[in-house]
Design a protein around this ligand. Structure first.
Ligand code: ADP
Ligand code: MG
Length: 260
């Protein structure tokens, strides 16, 4: 892996952060253009983003504004048309194919709006799956998976088929699966979008708790402004540009624990 200097730019996101803070993920002038038929659809028109270690940042924006596209690109699940992404100072572009898949599998935990669990497998098997895929022996993977289900409050449902769990329970499994491999970065794409208010609140609180206890750096895409303003910073994605939103977050809260 070749080191690329990712620390010298003065991109917009840097200015609000305290001196000495370390960006975990940084995006520079990201453009994403989808071609549909003859027409080009510019979804990201020069996005700059810098998220520091320990931050929990919300990205808000109307449906179709490109939130999922941006998160997929940050997770290296998709590639930008142009622009650069740095994770811990290393450019995505400088990585070999196997380093990119290592990044996807080990450094990033991804939670989707619709959980993407395997419905016929049990909760504990779903959580163990990414560990098995990276070669951890089955007994150890299942042991780690059980601990994670315990941590998200689902120990009693470990052997239920994932497809028979409630929406809120499925998202708990999805967080356990995303984090079981101990990634540094959590990307959650509208994880509460399909839930009622009570379950949305519970899942958000779970995410805040996991963010703090596992010292994560987290980015949450959401259209729920009440939840967004409980994050440290709120960024708005609109017309392909990401900017500080009019909604203020709770900048100091990552040092104080949960705000309740
Ligand atoms: P959001 O998550 O904010 O709702 P998305 O990132 O899903 O927005 O989509 C942004 C825009 O890009 C939408 O207009 C969507 O239809 C389009 N889009 C997303 N993925 C593709 C694709 N693979 N091919 C063509 N257009 C796409
Ligand atoms: Mg989306």
């Amino acid at each position: 892996m070749k080191a690329t200097d990712g620390h010298h730019s003065g991109s917009a996101g840097d200015s609000v952060l305290s001196a000495g803070a370390v960006p975990v993920i940084r995006a520079e002038n990201l453009r994403k253009v989808f071609r549909s038929g003859d027409a080009d659809l510019t979804v990201l028109a020069g996005v700059n983003l810098s998220v520091n270690e320990g931050e929990l940042v919300a990205i808000v924006g109307p449906s179709g504004s490109g939130k999922s596209t941006l998160l997929h690109i940050l997770a290296a699940l998709d590639t930008p048309t142009s622009g650069a992404i740095y994770f811990a100072g290393y450019s995505h572009q400088a990585l070999t194919e196997s380093e990119v898949s290592d990044f996807r599998n080990r450094r990033v935990g991804f939670v989707w709006q619709r959980h993407h669990l395997l419905p016929d497998f049990s909760a504990v098997e779903n959580v163990a799956m990414p560990l098995l895929l990276r070669g951890i022996p089955a007994a150890e993977a299942m042991q780690i998976a059980r601990q994670w289900l315990d941590e998200v409050g689902l120990a009693a449902r470990a052997h239920h088929p994932a497809g028979e769990l409630s929406g809120g329970e499925q998202q708990r499994v999805a967080f356990a699966r995303a984090l079981a491999g101990e990634p540094a970065l959590l990307l959650a794409d509208e994880p509460t979008g399909d839930l009622d208010e009570g379950n949305a609140e519970a899942i958000f609180e779970l995410m805040q708790r996991l963010h703090l206890s596992h010292r994560l750096t987290s980015i949450l895409a959401t259209h729920n402004l009440a939840l967004a303003r409980r994050c440290h910073r709120v960024l708005q994605l609109e017309h392909g540009i990401l900017e500080a939103s009019g909604i203020s977050g709770q900048p100091g809260s990552q040092r104080k624990g949960e705000n309740r």
